[in-house]
Write a protein that binds this ligand. Structure first.
Ligand SMILES: [Zn+2]
Length: 320
């Protein structure tokens, strides 16, 4: 069910599984602006739900970034009359990663349904490329589409509603242990979070996880700073990737001991590719801080990264 978070502003929160993303929409006088396209099946599911909230054509759909859970529905929205938009740099992100990722996406159960969805999905980058800021304002609603620097990807767009002080962040902010850093610029991401925090949002609609108060932006930033500083402390002592990995347990312990940031910590024993875990996140900081590879060529995370290749975590880019 959609939640009306302010008059004419709605959100649908992903039902779980973290394959779909959160979607929001803003009803203007004569059209509806949808914030994130979602996957194909997400678009198909959400279109009638959005239409039921407002009898206005869906004229614009934003890709907050190029990841498939935010963009594989682009063609669907175009076929239903919308123009898909994204930051000008998003085209380069699509060119680097697609359609390889679509064709190598890990199978999601039920497999038959997922295979059919992949077969029906055609990569379509946004056709309307935005410089930042781009403002939609019809006197009733105002939405500012902002690129605050490289963060979760090189081409993130956040949607800021200054009247309601609502910030729709895409994956620049997530509410929980869902930070994916495959394509991230993690040091710059810290600065971007500071800029986002300075907007003074009352409500955050994150890319994944529940909506939360404005404070979650600063809390996620504190988590990233803790990751950076944990890696820095090892590097300053002359340690390398091996030492970072050996410190995983103690780093996790100190992160979990901080009530402000524990919510973002990926459990070390979580059964997902290491690329997506705390180790992978630390690796992204390690690589940006040192310029060195984090994953050894014979390591588990390296083979997982090869299997997921093109998901290109920052920590693995130097191995290419
Ligand atoms: Zn993403």
């Amino acid at each position: 069910m959609p939640i009306e978070i302010a008059p004419g502003v709605f959100t649908l929160i992903e039902p779980g599984g973290h394959i779909w993303c959160n979607v929001a929409w803003v009803v203007f006088r004569d059209h509806t602006l949808v914030l994130d396209a979602g996957s194909l099946s997400e678009g198909q599911t959400y279109l009638p739900i959005i239409q039921a909230t407002a009898d206005k054509p869906i004229r614009f759909v934003l890709n907050t970034h190029h990841h498939g859970d935010h963009s594989y529905g682009n063609e669907f929205w175009t076929n239903h009359g919308a123009t898909v938009m994204g930051n000008a740099r998003i085209v380069g992100e699509f060119e680097r990663d697609e359609p390889w990722r679509l064709n190598h996406f890990p199978v999601i159960e039920p497999a038959a349904l997922w295979k059919a969805e992949v077969a029906a999905t055609h990569i379509q980058p946004p056709r309307l490329l935005l410089s930042s800021p781009t403002v939609f304002d019809d006197g009733t609603q105002r939405v500012e589409l902002l690129h605050l620097g490289a963060a979760h990807t090189a081409a993130d767009t956040l949607a800021w509603l200054p009247k309601q002080r609502i910030l729709v962040t895409g994956d620049v902010v997530v509410n929980g242990p869902y930070n994916v850093m495959w394509d991230a610029h993690v040091l710059s991401w810290i600065d971007v979070l500071a800029k986002a925090e300075a907007l003074g949002a009352r409500l955050i609609v994150p890319g994944h996880g529940a909506p939360g108060p404005g404070s979650i932006v600063g809390d996620q930033r504190a988590y990233f700073v803790a990751l950076r500083d944990a890696v820095k402390a090892i590097v300053v002592r002359g340690g390398g990737a091996r030492e970072v990995r050996a410190s995983l347990g103690s780093i996790e312990e100190s992160l979990l001991a901080d009530p402000r940031i524990q919510h973002w910590v990926v459990p070390v024993k979580f059964p997902i590719p290491e690329l997506l875990t705390l180790s992978g996140q630390l690796g992204c900081f390690y690589t940006e801080l040192t310029g060195k590879a984090y994953a050894a060529a014979d390591s588990l995370e390296y083979s997982q990264a090869r299997a997921l290749a093109g998901l290109c975590c920052g920590a693995l880019k130097v191995l290419a």
